[in-house]
Ligand binder design. Sequence first.
Ligand SMILES: *Cc1c(COP(=O)(O)O)cnc(C)c1O
Length: 400
Amino acid sequence: MSDDGTGNGKRWRAATELVHGGTARSPYGEMSETLYLTQGFSYDTAEAAEARFKGDDPGFIYSRFSNPTVAMFEDRMALYEGAEAARATASGMAAVLAALMCQLSAGDHVIAHRAMFSSCDYIVTELLPRFGVPSTLIDGTKLENWEKAIRPETKLIFLETPTNPTLEVIDIAAVAEIARRHGISFVVDNVFATPLYQKPLALGADIVVYSATKHIDGHGRCLGGIVLSDREFIEDVLFNFLRQTGPSMSPFNAWVLLKSLETLEVRVERQTRTAAKIADLLADNPAVSRVIYPGRPDHPQAEIIARQMTAGSTLITFEVPGGKAAAFKLCNALRLIKISNNLGDAKSIIAHPATTTHQRLTDEARAEFGITDGMLRLSIGLEDAEDLAEDLEAALRVLG
Ligand SMILES: *Cc1c(COP(=O)(O)O)cnc(C)c1O
């Protein structure tokens, strides 16, 4: 377990780290990363067990704490993200919950941008307040709102950008500056941007979280999550919370995700190229009333996107006139694009947020977040762009 996969600690460029980073080979020198499907580890002597538990010997103890295959995934992600350290979790929501809970106590206060992944909204607006951590939701696209919402007890800022499903963008560097000035911990959910297109830590955020279920797996096979930050936060604050509470990533899932990282850039770049074409095509189609795509110059926050993201997105949000009936008719007329709620998958997926992912919000909240009944979220996969275009155009013709 000594080979770092790349030769004695040399740092390679990011795309190379996605293929080799974090590799810890067994004495057999296997090419493909080993799946250590084990709950725990044995010790040669009682003294060795004692030293391991005392922390004098850095080896593995129990897979709820850490596991060699999971550690390879964590190290590869940290190298790619440019983070000092990372810890993987069973799902994206486990990552979000752990990143928040491990540093909050009753009496603290949290501020978040109002448009969030629905389960993140549950954690911030329903769960944390039950444990004495009230939260304030704001329109975080207006920078002055962050400053206004800060109280002496504000401990943490949480946001997602681009947001789901309206693909709104928040200025990470500007919020980071406010957070730093007030000594507030700043957590970014970077799922929609992917680790390719946005580096929140470099922009000043303290902690980044991902649902690895999305682009990182990219084939709709397994759940996973990861939290990345500096070594002090990961090892001294987060790790104890994780090892005591147990939302650990399965070594099997870590192995699947490790192999997926090898193709992350090729997949996401290809999906983004296709998405840009499809976004333009939808914008030109008279049956579509609105297209929101972070790669288009008509995105309302194109200026921030140009500053903080290196490319658009694999996701497109668009609207058809005629509300839910028209949106459903369009979905049902598609033959290739699947109706589902994952994103970042190799297979293209359409979702109707108002009746699925954002169903639990009140009508008023949906209206406030701009989630209309005619709105659809399209996640572009790896199919031929022409086939996707034909599928969408045929379905849009059905709308008349
Ligand atoms: C999917 C998702 C999550 C939750 O991840 P799971 O792996 O489904 O638990 C959190 N935030 C965002 C933005 C997501 O898209």
